[in-house]
Design a protein around this ligand. Structure first.
Ligand code: C6P
Length: 402
Protein backbone atom coordinates (compact mmCIF):
# COMPACT_ATOMS: atom_id res chain seq x y z
CA UNK A 1 0.00 0.00 0.00
CA UNK A 2 2.71 2.49 0.99
CA UNK A 3 4.58 1.90 -2.27
CA UNK A 4 1.52 3.11 -4.23
CA UNK A 5 1.02 6.23 -2.14
CA UNK A 6 3.76 8.29 -3.83
CA UNK A 7 1.67 8.67 -6.98
CA UNK A 8 -0.93 10.69 -5.04
CA UNK A 9 1.66 13.40 -4.33
CA UNK A 10 2.39 15.42 -7.50
CA UNK A 11 5.30 17.30 -5.93
CA UNK A 12 7.24 14.05 -5.46
CA UNK A 13 7.68 13.89 -9.25
CA UNK A 14 9.83 17.03 -9.08
CA UNK A 15 13.53 17.07 -9.73
CA UNK A 16 15.72 19.13 -7.42
CA UNK A 17 19.05 20.16 -8.91
CA UNK A 18 18.66 17.37 -11.46
CA UNK A 19 17.97 14.68 -8.84
CA UNK A 20 14.73 12.95 -7.78
CA UNK A 21 13.27 14.91 -4.85
CA UNK A 22 13.69 12.98 -1.61
CA UNK A 23 11.54 14.81 0.89
CA UNK A 24 12.63 14.17 4.48
CA UNK A 25 11.36 17.37 6.10
CA UNK A 26 7.93 16.14 7.10
CA UNK A 27 8.11 17.28 10.72
CA UNK A 28 8.29 20.85 9.36
CA UNK A 29 5.38 20.27 6.98
CA UNK A 30 4.19 17.30 4.93
CA UNK A 31 3.39 17.28 1.22
CA UNK A 32 -0.25 17.29 0.08
CA UNK A 33 -2.02 14.52 -1.84
CA UNK A 34 -3.95 15.36 -5.00
CA UNK A 35 -7.20 14.57 -3.17
CA UNK A 36 -6.59 17.47 -0.75
CA UNK A 37 -5.46 19.84 -3.50
CA UNK A 38 -8.59 18.98 -5.54
CA UNK A 39 -10.92 19.42 -2.56
CA UNK A 40 -9.65 23.00 -2.11
CA UNK A 41 -9.88 23.71 -5.85
CA UNK A 42 -13.38 22.21 -5.97
CA UNK A 43 -14.53 24.43 -3.10
CA UNK A 44 -13.36 27.61 -4.82
CA UNK A 45 -14.73 26.51 -8.21
CA UNK A 46 -18.16 25.36 -7.04
CA UNK A 47 -19.08 26.33 -3.47
CA UNK A 48 -17.18 29.44 -2.40
CA UNK A 49 -19.12 31.64 0.07
CA UNK A 50 -18.70 32.85 3.62
CA UNK A 51 -20.01 30.51 6.33
CA UNK A 52 -22.62 30.85 9.10
CA UNK A 53 -23.84 34.17 7.66
CA UNK A 54 -25.48 33.92 4.29
CA UNK A 55 -28.67 31.95 3.77
CA UNK A 56 -28.20 31.55 0.00
CA UNK A 57 -27.37 28.13 -1.49
CA UNK A 58 -23.60 28.68 -1.70
CA UNK A 59 -23.52 29.97 1.88
CA UNK A 60 -25.37 26.91 3.12
CA UNK A 61 -23.16 24.52 1.14
CA UNK A 62 -19.98 26.16 2.41
CA UNK A 63 -21.24 26.03 6.03
CA UNK A 64 -22.17 22.38 5.70
CA UNK A 65 -18.79 21.43 4.20
CA UNK A 66 -16.91 23.40 6.88
CA UNK A 67 -18.90 21.87 9.74
CA UNK A 68 -18.53 18.44 8.18
CA UNK A 69 -14.74 18.82 8.47
CA UNK A 70 -15.14 19.74 12.13
CA UNK A 71 -17.12 16.51 12.69
CA UNK A 72 -14.43 14.42 10.95
CA UNK A 73 -11.66 16.01 13.03
CA UNK A 74 -13.65 15.55 16.26
CA UNK A 75 -14.18 11.88 15.48
CA UNK A 76 -10.50 11.45 14.55
CA UNK A 77 -9.39 12.37 18.10
CA UNK A 78 -12.59 11.22 19.88
CA UNK A 79 -13.81 14.70 20.86
CA UNK A 80 -17.21 16.38 20.60
CA UNK A 81 -17.58 18.76 17.66
CA UNK A 82 -18.12 21.80 19.88
CA UNK A 83 -14.75 21.05 21.51
CA UNK A 84 -12.89 21.57 18.19
CA UNK A 85 -11.79 25.16 17.63
CA UNK A 86 -10.27 26.21 14.31
CA UNK A 87 -7.22 28.45 14.58
CA UNK A 88 -4.33 28.96 12.19
CA UNK A 89 -1.75 26.57 13.65
CA UNK A 90 -0.49 24.86 16.83
CA UNK A 91 1.20 28.10 17.86
CA UNK A 92 -2.06 30.05 17.84
CA UNK A 93 -3.87 27.23 19.65
CA UNK A 94 -1.40 27.31 22.55
CA UNK A 95 -1.35 31.11 22.64
CA UNK A 96 -5.15 31.08 22.85
CA UNK A 97 -4.99 28.93 25.99
CA UNK A 98 -2.12 30.92 27.52
CA UNK A 99 -4.04 34.15 26.94
CA UNK A 100 -7.64 33.16 27.71
CA UNK A 101 -7.09 30.57 30.43
CA UNK A 102 -3.95 32.36 31.63
CA UNK A 103 -5.91 35.54 32.24
CA UNK A 104 -7.68 33.81 35.16
CA UNK A 105 -4.48 32.66 36.89
CA UNK A 106 -3.46 34.89 39.80
CA UNK A 107 -0.65 33.00 41.54
CA UNK A 108 1.25 29.72 41.68
CA UNK A 109 3.47 28.10 39.07
CA UNK A 110 3.40 26.76 35.53
CA UNK A 111 5.32 23.61 34.62
CA UNK A 112 6.74 22.89 31.20
CA UNK A 113 9.73 20.91 29.87
CA UNK A 114 13.13 21.52 28.33
CA UNK A 115 12.15 19.59 25.18
CA UNK A 116 9.38 22.02 24.13
CA UNK A 117 9.12 23.77 20.82
CA UNK A 118 9.15 27.56 21.37
CA UNK A 119 5.36 27.54 20.76
CA UNK A 120 4.78 25.70 24.01
CA UNK A 121 7.52 27.47 25.94
CA UNK A 122 7.54 31.19 25.18
CA UNK A 123 3.77 31.84 25.79
CA UNK A 124 4.05 30.26 29.27
CA UNK A 125 7.36 31.96 30.07
CA UNK A 126 5.78 35.30 29.09
CA UNK A 127 2.63 34.64 31.13
CA UNK A 128 4.77 33.82 34.18
CA UNK A 129 6.81 37.01 33.73
CA UNK A 130 3.78 39.26 33.33
CA UNK A 131 1.79 37.66 36.18
CA UNK A 132 4.65 37.01 38.53
CA UNK A 133 4.13 33.25 38.47
CA UNK A 134 6.92 30.73 38.91
CA UNK A 135 8.10 29.16 35.64
CA UNK A 136 9.29 25.60 36.19
CA UNK A 137 11.08 23.60 33.50
CA UNK A 138 11.51 19.82 33.75
CA UNK A 139 14.81 18.43 32.46
CA UNK A 140 15.55 15.30 30.42
CA UNK A 141 17.79 12.38 31.36
CA UNK A 142 20.70 10.83 29.44
CA UNK A 143 18.29 8.59 27.49
CA UNK A 144 16.41 11.67 26.23
CA UNK A 145 13.27 11.05 28.32
CA UNK A 146 11.70 13.47 30.77
CA UNK A 147 13.13 13.16 34.23
CA UNK A 148 10.16 11.57 36.04
CA UNK A 149 11.23 12.34 39.61
CA UNK A 150 11.73 15.97 38.73
CA UNK A 151 8.39 16.08 36.92
CA UNK A 152 6.62 14.68 39.96
CA UNK A 153 8.29 17.09 42.34
CA UNK A 154 7.88 20.18 40.14
CA UNK A 155 4.13 19.60 39.75
CA UNK A 156 2.64 20.48 43.13
CA UNK A 157 -0.49 21.92 44.72
CA UNK A 158 0.48 25.40 43.48
CA UNK A 159 0.73 24.31 39.84
CA UNK A 160 -1.93 25.83 37.62
CA UNK A 161 -0.88 24.52 34.20
CA UNK A 162 1.27 21.62 33.03
CA UNK A 163 2.17 22.34 29.38
CA UNK A 164 4.15 19.63 27.63
CA UNK A 165 4.73 18.03 24.28
CA UNK A 166 3.36 14.63 23.34
CA UNK A 167 6.34 14.10 21.03
CA UNK A 168 9.53 16.15 20.67
CA UNK A 169 10.23 17.67 17.24
CA UNK A 170 13.98 17.23 17.85
CA UNK A 171 14.39 14.03 19.85
CA UNK A 172 11.28 12.24 18.64
CA UNK A 173 10.71 11.19 22.28
CA UNK A 174 7.09 10.20 22.98
CA UNK A 175 6.08 11.31 26.47
CA UNK A 176 3.67 9.40 28.67
CA UNK A 177 0.83 11.88 28.18
CA UNK A 178 -1.77 9.92 30.10
CA UNK A 179 0.41 9.71 33.19
CA UNK A 180 1.43 13.40 33.06
CA UNK A 181 -2.23 14.48 32.68
CA UNK A 182 -3.09 12.30 35.71
CA UNK A 183 -0.34 13.92 37.80
CA UNK A 184 -1.53 17.39 36.73
CA UNK A 185 -5.11 16.58 37.73
CA UNK A 186 -4.10 15.08 41.08
CA UNK A 187 -2.68 18.53 41.81
CA UNK A 188 -5.72 20.42 40.46
CA UNK A 189 -3.73 21.75 37.49
CA UNK A 190 -4.83 21.61 33.86
CA UNK A 191 -2.85 19.67 31.25
CA UNK A 192 -2.07 21.33 27.90
CA UNK A 193 -0.68 18.93 25.31
CA UNK A 194 1.30 20.05 22.27
CA UNK A 195 0.39 17.31 19.81
CA UNK A 196 1.89 18.87 16.65
CA UNK A 197 4.27 15.92 16.20
CA UNK A 198 2.03 13.18 17.59
CA UNK A 199 -1.39 13.47 15.92
CA UNK A 200 0.18 12.90 12.45
CA UNK A 201 1.80 9.63 13.62
CA UNK A 202 -0.14 8.10 16.52
CA UNK A 203 -3.77 7.31 17.23
CA UNK A 204 -4.77 10.02 19.69
CA UNK A 205 -7.88 9.73 21.85
CA UNK A 206 -8.41 12.85 23.95
CA UNK A 207 -10.89 11.12 26.24
CA UNK A 208 -8.45 8.33 26.97
CA UNK A 209 -5.54 10.73 27.54
CA UNK A 210 -7.85 12.96 29.59
CA UNK A 211 -6.00 16.15 28.60
CA UNK A 212 -7.72 19.52 29.06
CA UNK A 213 -6.32 21.01 25.86
CA UNK A 214 -4.60 19.51 22.83
CA UNK A 215 -3.10 21.50 19.95
CA UNK A 216 -2.04 20.39 16.48
CA UNK A 217 -1.56 21.65 12.88
CA UNK A 218 -3.20 20.39 9.68
CA UNK A 219 -0.09 21.05 7.58
CA UNK A 220 1.94 18.37 9.39
CA UNK A 221 -0.58 15.67 8.42
CA UNK A 222 -1.25 16.12 4.68
CA UNK A 223 -3.54 19.11 5.23
CA UNK A 224 -3.03 22.70 4.06
CA UNK A 225 -1.15 25.41 5.92
CA UNK A 226 -3.19 27.97 7.86
CA UNK A 227 -5.35 25.50 9.80
CA UNK A 228 -4.69 24.53 13.40
CA UNK A 229 -6.87 22.71 15.88
CA UNK A 230 -7.40 23.45 19.51
CA UNK A 231 -9.29 20.73 21.36
CA UNK A 232 -10.54 21.88 24.76
CA UNK A 233 -12.75 20.16 27.32
CA UNK A 234 -16.20 21.64 26.98
CA UNK A 235 -16.61 22.64 30.63
CA UNK A 236 -13.28 24.51 30.63
CA UNK A 237 -13.97 26.28 27.33
CA UNK A 238 -17.40 27.33 28.64
CA UNK A 239 -15.78 29.12 31.57
CA UNK A 240 -13.10 30.86 29.51
CA UNK A 241 -13.37 34.33 28.01
CA UNK A 242 -12.71 34.64 24.25
CA UNK A 243 -9.25 35.25 22.80
CA UNK A 244 -10.21 37.39 19.77
CA UNK A 245 -13.37 39.45 19.49
CA UNK A 246 -15.44 40.43 16.46
CA UNK A 247 -17.82 38.80 13.99
CA UNK A 248 -19.59 35.48 14.65
CA UNK A 249 -18.23 35.03 18.19
CA UNK A 250 -21.15 36.97 19.65
CA UNK A 251 -24.81 36.25 20.36
CA UNK A 252 -25.90 39.79 21.03
CA UNK A 253 -24.15 43.17 21.13
CA UNK A 254 -25.45 46.42 22.58
CA UNK A 255 -23.68 49.65 23.49
CA UNK A 256 -23.15 48.48 27.03
CA UNK A 257 -22.72 44.74 26.73
CA UNK A 258 -21.87 41.72 24.56
CA UNK A 259 -23.05 38.13 25.02
CA UNK A 260 -20.66 35.48 23.71
CA UNK A 261 -21.79 32.90 21.17
CA UNK A 262 -22.00 29.17 21.98
CA UNK A 263 -19.02 26.86 21.56
CA UNK A 264 -17.04 26.53 19.40
CA UNK A 265 -17.94 29.85 17.71
CA UNK A 266 -17.07 31.86 20.84
CA UNK A 267 -13.42 31.22 19.97
CA UNK A 268 -13.68 31.66 16.19
CA UNK A 269 -13.92 35.41 15.58
CA UNK A 270 -13.97 36.62 11.97
CA UNK A 271 -14.04 34.72 8.68
CA UNK A 272 -12.09 31.49 9.10
CA UNK A 273 -9.86 29.71 6.59
CA UNK A 274 -12.87 27.97 5.01
CA UNK A 275 -11.32 26.28 1.96
CA UNK A 276 -8.35 24.94 3.90
CA UNK A 277 -10.50 23.58 6.74
CA UNK A 278 -12.43 21.68 4.06
CA UNK A 279 -9.11 20.52 2.59
CA UNK A 280 -8.08 19.29 6.02
CA UNK A 281 -11.27 17.21 6.23
CA UNK A 282 -10.12 15.46 3.04
CA UNK A 283 -6.66 14.87 4.56
CA UNK A 284 -8.28 13.20 7.59
CA UNK A 285 -10.30 11.00 5.23
CA UNK A 286 -7.09 10.06 3.41
CA UNK A 287 -5.27 9.15 6.65
CA UNK A 288 -8.23 7.16 7.94
CA UNK A 289 -8.39 5.18 4.72
CA UNK A 290 -4.81 4.03 5.33
CA UNK A 291 -5.37 3.66 9.08
CA UNK A 292 -3.34 5.21 11.89
CA UNK A 293 -2.15 1.77 13.07
CA UNK A 294 -0.56 1.10 9.68
CA UNK A 295 0.92 4.61 9.59
CA UNK A 296 2.52 4.05 12.99
CA UNK A 297 3.91 0.68 11.89
CA UNK A 298 5.43 2.24 8.77
CA UNK A 299 6.85 5.05 10.89
CA UNK A 300 8.58 2.65 13.28
CA UNK A 301 9.95 0.54 10.42
CA UNK A 302 11.56 3.58 8.76
CA UNK A 303 12.89 5.00 12.05
CA UNK A 304 14.50 1.68 12.95
CA UNK A 305 16.01 1.44 9.46
CA UNK A 306 17.32 5.02 9.63
CA UNK A 307 18.85 4.50 13.09
CA UNK A 308 20.69 1.43 11.75
CA UNK A 309 21.82 3.08 8.51
CA UNK A 310 23.04 6.30 10.15
CA UNK A 311 25.09 4.38 12.68
CA UNK A 312 28.54 5.79 11.87
CA UNK A 313 31.31 6.96 14.18
CA UNK A 314 31.28 10.38 12.50
CA UNK A 315 27.54 10.84 13.18
CA UNK A 316 26.04 11.77 16.56
CA UNK A 317 22.37 10.80 16.84
CA UNK A 318 20.01 12.35 19.40
CA UNK A 319 16.90 10.73 20.89
CA UNK A 320 15.81 7.43 22.48
CA UNK A 321 17.15 4.15 21.06
CA UNK A 322 13.80 2.35 21.29
CA UNK A 323 11.60 3.05 18.24
CA UNK A 324 8.49 2.26 20.30
CA UNK A 325 9.20 5.43 22.25
CA UNK A 326 9.86 7.84 19.40
CA UNK A 327 8.06 9.22 16.36
CA UNK A 328 9.36 9.08 12.79
CA UNK A 329 12.27 11.48 12.84
CA UNK A 330 16.00 11.28 13.44
CA UNK A 331 18.08 14.30 14.47
CA UNK A 332 21.85 14.12 14.18
CA UNK A 333 25.06 16.01 13.57
CA UNK A 334 28.13 15.12 11.57
CA UNK A 335 31.12 15.74 13.82
CA UNK A 336 32.81 19.08 13.10
CA UNK A 337 30.42 20.03 10.28
CA UNK A 338 27.73 22.70 10.70
CA UNK A 339 24.16 21.45 10.23
CA UNK A 340 23.40 24.09 7.58
CA UNK A 341 26.40 22.91 5.50
CA UNK A 342 25.10 19.34 5.66
CA UNK A 343 21.54 20.36 4.72
CA UNK A 344 22.76 22.63 1.94
CA UNK A 345 24.89 19.90 0.40
CA UNK A 346 22.11 17.32 0.73
CA UNK A 347 19.86 19.65 -1.24
CA UNK A 348 22.28 20.94 -3.86
CA UNK A 349 24.15 17.72 -4.64
CA UNK A 350 21.60 15.01 -3.84
CA UNK A 351 18.06 16.51 -4.02
CA UNK A 352 17.41 15.56 -0.39
CA UNK A 353 15.34 17.97 1.74
CA UNK A 354 16.02 17.90 5.50
CA UNK A 355 15.73 20.50 8.25
CA UNK A 356 18.77 22.07 9.88
CA UNK A 357 19.20 24.65 12.64
CA UNK A 358 17.82 24.95 16.17
CA UNK A 359 14.39 23.59 15.13
CA UNK A 360 12.62 26.24 17.28
CA UNK A 361 13.88 24.48 20.39
CA UNK A 362 16.71 26.68 21.66
CA UNK A 363 16.41 25.68 25.36
CA UNK A 364 16.84 22.04 24.28
CA UNK A 365 19.83 22.93 22.08
CA UNK A 366 21.51 24.59 25.10
CA UNK A 367 20.71 21.55 27.23
CA UNK A 368 22.36 19.27 24.66
CA UNK A 369 25.28 21.74 24.43
CA UNK A 370 24.87 22.13 20.68
CA UNK A 371 23.67 25.01 18.52
CA UNK A 372 21.79 23.05 15.89
CA UNK A 373 20.88 19.68 14.41
CA UNK A 374 20.18 18.09 11.03
CA UNK A 375 16.81 16.35 11.07
CA UNK A 376 15.42 13.72 8.70
CA UNK A 377 11.70 13.18 9.28
CA UNK A 378 9.48 10.63 7.59
CA UNK A 379 5.90 10.22 6.49
CA UNK A 380 3.70 7.80 4.62
CA UNK A 381 5.29 8.31 1.16
CA UNK A 382 8.87 7.71 2.34
CA UNK A 383 10.53 4.34 2.01
CA UNK A 384 13.81 2.55 2.67
CA UNK A 385 15.22 3.78 -0.66
CA UNK A 386 14.96 7.37 0.60
CA UNK A 387 16.97 6.44 3.68
CA UNK A 388 19.54 4.53 1.61
CA UNK A 389 20.00 7.68 -0.50
CA UNK A 390 20.44 9.77 2.67
CA UNK A 391 23.03 7.33 4.04
CA UNK A 392 25.03 7.36 0.80
CA UNK A 393 24.90 11.15 0.58
CA UNK A 394 26.02 11.56 4.21
CA UNK A 395 28.95 9.22 3.63
CA UNK A 396 30.04 11.38 0.69
CA UNK A 397 29.64 14.57 2.74
CA UNK A 398 31.74 13.05 5.55
CA UNK A 399 34.48 12.28 3.00
CA UNK A 400 34.36 15.78 1.50
CA UNK A 401 34.65 17.49 4.91
CA UNK A 402 37.41 15.22 6.16
N1 C6P B 1 7.64 22.43 14.24
C1 C6P B 1 9.53 21.81 12.89
O1 C6P B 1 10.20 21.85 11.87
P1 C6P B 1 3.09 25.52 13.82
O2 C6P B 1 4.27 26.17 13.19
O3 C6P B 1 2.32 26.48 14.70
O4 C6P B 1 2.25 24.77 12.86
O5 C6P B 1 3.69 24.38 14.78
C2 C6P B 1 4.48 24.74 15.86
C3 C6P B 1 5.01 23.53 16.55
C4 C6P B 1 4.62 23.28 17.84
N2 C6P B 1 5.04 22.18 18.50
C5 C6P B 1 5.86 21.28 17.93
C6 C6P B 1 6.28 20.07 18.70
C7 C6P B 1 6.30 21.49 16.62
O6 C6P B 1 7.12 20.61 16.06
C8 C6P B 1 5.89 22.65 15.91
C9 C6P B 1 6.39 22.95 14.54
C10 C6P B 1 8.21 22.56 12.93
O7 C6P B 1 9.88 21.17 13.89
C11 C6P B 1 8.36 23.96 12.48
S1 C6P B 1 9.38 24.91 13.54
Amino acid sequence: MFSKIKKDFPILKRKINGKRLIYLDNAATTQKPIQVIKAIEDFYKKHNANILRSIHTLGEEATEMFEDSRKKIAKFINAKKEEIIFVKNTTEAINLVAYSYGRKIKDGNIVTTIMEHHSNFVPWQYLCKTKNLEFRVVDINEEYFLNNDELNSKIDRNTKVVAFTNASNVLGTINDVKEICKTAHENNAIAVVDAAQSVPHLKIDVKDIDCDFLAFSAHKMLGPTGVGILYGKREILEEMEPFLMGGEMIKEVSINETKWNDLPHKFEAGTPNIADVIGFGKAIEYLEKIGMKKIRKHDKKLTKYALEKLNNDKIIIYGPKDVEKRVGLVSFNIKNVHSHDVADMLDKKFGIAVRSGHACAMPLMSRLKISSIVRASFYIYNDEKDIDALKKALEKIIKIFN
